[in-house]
Design a protein around this ligand. Sequence first.
Ligand code: G6P
Length: 608
Amino acid sequence: MCGIIGYVGGREATPLLIAGLKRMEYRGYDSAGLAVLADGALTTRRAAGKIARLEGTVAATPLAGQCGVGHTRWATHGPPTERNAHPHLSKDGTVAVVHNGIIENANTLRSLLQGKGYEFRSDTDTEVVAHLVQELFNGSLEEAVRAALHEIEGTYGVAIISSRDPGKIVAARKGSPLLIGIGENEHFVASDASAILAHTRQVVYLDDGDVAVVEAGGYRVIDTNAAPLTRKVDRIDWELGAIERGGFAHFMLKEIFEQPQTVENAMRGRLILEDGTSKLGGLNLTHDQLMAIDNIIITACGTSWHSGLIGKLMLEELCRIPVAVEYASEFRYRNPIVTERTLCIVLSQSGETADTLAAMREAKRRGARTLGLVNVVGSTIAREDDGGIYLHAGPEIGVASTKAFTSQVVALALFALKLARKRGLSVTRGMEIAQALHALPAQIREVLDRAEQMEHIAEEFKRAPNFLYLGRGVNFPVALEGALKLKEISYIHAEGYPAAEMKHGPIALIDEMMPVVFVAPHDAVFDKVVSNIQEVKARKGTVIAITSRDEPALKGLVDYEFRIPETVDLLMPVLASIPLQLLAYYIAVKRGSNVDQPRNLAKSVTVE
Ligand code: G6P
């Protein structure tokens, strides 16, 4: 969502801050700004819109200084205007604050501060932090920040600088990710490792409740009562190339094409072909605990929720354990049935989605064991879960999730396989699935080799105002995900439905103007899907079908066909979702959308 960057060292801060902001632009990007400290004074530049606008402002009126903070904003309080962009300054201009999260008692604090003569210049909740730090300042920035944090309710990642205590950034975290980047005689603060990767790989992930005092020559981590804390130094293990487009027109296209590799990475060292099972080092579940599970709750948001639906079908089919899939935002506010024998699987690319994190905490509070399937190493969910499976898909920059989705499905399959083999699945069936998993990367390559075909189909439908996506069984979630991809980046209205359910309502929408995408590989329910295609054709709908073989039953029924290789039914979603990613991508490009940064969306939603 919003991005924070801070720098203190011997170099000019502005170009480093701008470069860091650009790396994070994918997270949230309706306005941006920075504040730099020089000669005992703070200077800020802010602009609505893309970072390029801010860059223009900075080029026109440069700002010098070797300590500063910057921010990209995704509006929550107040519209995305320059006056609401961060950093926010205190009344006397001596304190600059960048903030991710939400200050829940902002109104109370605002009234209090207004009573003391502070005037507010923005609609944001963040501005109260700047004034509060000024009000509480008594010679030391970290003391003032600590005191302010005691007054604040809500969530935050903050980075604060002050001209009255120069040469340091005070950063604090509660509910919004923040890390320190360690350089030589220079240090960084960032909400996202990609912002600082060009300068250092050594990072310290802050925990909730941590306050960091970061200077050119070193850093200290303390708690809000000033007690010193020790935090370990981690190493970022991906390359800069992973966050660059590398010749592709968009990150999304690059990430779609990375899937043979990312799916392989998700399985590397984990698949045991000869035993038809998997080895998952981070589960932290003993044999007895695995055997004791009597129900599973999968919780997630967005695309991750769709992979959860596929996970349910896999787990129920192979392990014979009941599985419920819950939207995290719903789960956290009801009274769910969770026992000590419940396993809660938490799916999240970013590992930071606020609702998903809250749902995991709720499940834990009620006694469940939690298992996080997360892509971002060191993210909050990954650190708070009881056990986990990292996806190893590498940084996903495109807002519309692609490679993380297929990796989630694969990680779920690996877990289902392991659990099922422990709970009675035959070695033969286990081996069949393990072999099928093993074959996926090459099969994905085959699908991608046909991308051009999808580009032609996209050309035919780029002006369609609506789309329907239909599938059955394990391919119903694929239909949902296909529709979501199209909505997110092309802004075409699209709905996913179970193919048979279509006749209970959506069929009313079908006419010659309605393209209907059928996910119709040759699986156990193929004949049933053919009947549904007939129902659409009978109403003059246009059918685009994702199929897996030359099916006589489809002759004359399908207007456009895209062929995928065959695998076991349960893994079909991995192959079937890729053409739908391509369809959404090409349509969006042809409509001129900003594919990597679609309107209104953020890559990682760290507020409720
Ligand atoms: C946002 C993104 C979606 C994503 C969802 C869940 O809404 O725009 O693409 O699926 O968050 O994100 P997570 O990081 O938890 O998988």
